[in-house]
Design a protein around this ligand. Sequence first.
Ligand SMILES: [Zn+2]
Ligand SMILES: [Zn+2]
Length: 310
Amino acid sequence: MSLQESEENTAPTTNLIISEHLSSKSKKIKDENEWGDRQIGFIVVGFVSILFFYTYYACVILMIPHLFLTKKTGYIIQGILTFIIYHFFFVLAYCSYLKCVFTDPGFVKKDKIMHNETETLADQRRKKQRRHSWGIGNEYGYCDKCEVPKPPRAHHCSICQRCVLRYDHHCPWVNNCVGFGNYKYFFLFVNYTSIGCLVVCILIIIRFLTLRTFQTFVEDGLSAIDVQILVAGFLTFAFAIATGSLAGLHCKLLSSNSTTSEDHYKGNNPYDFGCKRNMTELWGSNRIQWLFPTNTNVGDGYSYPLNNEV
Ligand SMILES: [Zn+2]
Ligand SMILES: [Zn+2]
């Protein structure tokens, strides 16, 4: 994926010399509502949704009623707790997923560039050489493909054919870029899904260990329900591994306020304030709201607080 461009720390000048340039070239930025070439990717979104609801079917329709049918207090309590915990994670995970799919990831808007621009076109032109290290922060780059100035931490997505604010990566599973606008939803999606999947896996293991003995399996074989639950178990386990590894990676990235595309950068990260403050800078001071897929983004994504300014 593209990396932030820039080479020299040229002195920023104020006010635009580039508005003329923008008016002629910014037509290359696509319409803000355009989805690019992503229509076909909604097949993947459908597949992931089927996976979500198949595990729901296996857990809520097949397994939990089975616990109640035992008429044993311990299993009934286990069934009630599982019902509540599972729905908590399922609802939050699937809502986060849908929000991530359908929310603008932060496509760069030309009118915002003009309002926020602080460097001359000559400065932009000099920043052509790609780099692999953090700069001084909040420097504008230049996108050769859109042919417009590129805000700090924004990168061009070759699939969306747009520059995306605080670009993280283009995710085929959500058929969308992950950037400033929907990063919170992506983060919650992978975390809630991995935890929810683990809950289902544990429940399946408990079911097979406690409700039926090995002897009954040998004598009766697997019932149709057992087979469905086992298939759901394997799918859920695979889903848990996939989303769990992403959840771990993004917990690490969030703790240092960096993105997947910035993860290899060398030098001091000018946006890193420490884990707790990073979350506040991204999602606001109300910690309860961090847990829910609601828009609590701080700022507009065109500039970020720098740790050398505090
Ligand atoms: Zn671009
Ligand atoms: Zn993209």
